[in-house]
Design a protein around this ligand. Structure first.
Ligand SMILES: CC(C)(COP(=O)(O)OP(=O)(O)OC[C@H]1O[C@@H](n2cnc3c(N)ncnc32)[C@H](O)[C@@H]1OP(=O)(O)O)[C@@H](O)C(=O)NCCC(=O)NCCS
Length: 169
């Protein structure tokens, strides 16, 4: 698979739910990148991905959804000027640049919506492609949570808090 000029990142609709669920299920199953239980039922996954106040997006190529991300306020009330986002690329589409494309899209959306910064609360330290990608997009590791994630194969591993300002210098 390669990414084509036909790649389109857009707001998710109800008709994307099956595809999003398939990607979510495949992403949590190995127990190595997301905190959600590998056996998370579909209703819970959808309640999270389509929660009130959460914007959901999909990346579609040739009519097939191959990735999705969510964008929301990281905290309510007086913390709601900082965005939070979550990303997942279908396993067969990883390593092709889609994570980067969705990351750039999310940063642009967050800027458009008036957020001042973006924060990731729980990036698994062993998730090399994610850590590399977020650093590439200007995020800094601002905190390390020792042993906060119980990796299915590696046991207790650190999780990072990563932060990036959206303010123009
Ligand atoms: C993390 C994830 C979103 C990245 O998306 P992707 O489409 O696979 O990544 P890309 O092809 O855009 O690559 C992004 C960067 O990571 C690098 N990269 C890709 N795979 C890598 C790996 N296994 N190890 C190190 N770097 C890697 C790429 O070279 C690229 O670097 P560059 O921007 O300097 O060229 C995707 O792999 C995924 O969905 N993983 C499972 C869910 C997840 O981890 N979500 C994020 C949680 S914080």
């Amino acid at each position: 698979m390669t990414l084509s000029a036909g790649l389109n990142i857009r707001a998710a609709t109800a008709s994307d739910r099956d595809a999003i669920w398939e990607i979510f299920r495949a992403t949590v199953a190995p127990g190595d990148v997301f905190v959600y239980d590998p056996k998370t039922p579909r209703e819970e996954a959808e309640a999270y991905w389509f929660a009130k106040g959460t914007r959901s997006y999909v990346a579609e190529q040739n009519g097939k959804v191959i990735g999705s991300y969510i964008l929301r306020a990281n905290r309510p009330g007086l913390g709601d000027h900082v965005a939070n986002a979550g990303f997942m690329v279908a396993p067969e589409a990883r390593g092709l640049g889609l994570g980067r494309a969705m990351g750039e899209h999310a940063l642009a959306e967050a800027g458009r919506l008036g957020y001042r910064a973006m924060q990731f609360n729980f990036v698994i330290s062993t998730n090399e492609s994610a850590v590399h990608l977020w650093q590439h997009l200007g995020f800094k590791i601002v905190g390390t949570l020792p042993g906060a994630f119980r990796h299915a194969r590696k046991g207790f591993v650190d999780a990072y808090v990563m932060f990036r300002s959206l303010e123009k210098a």
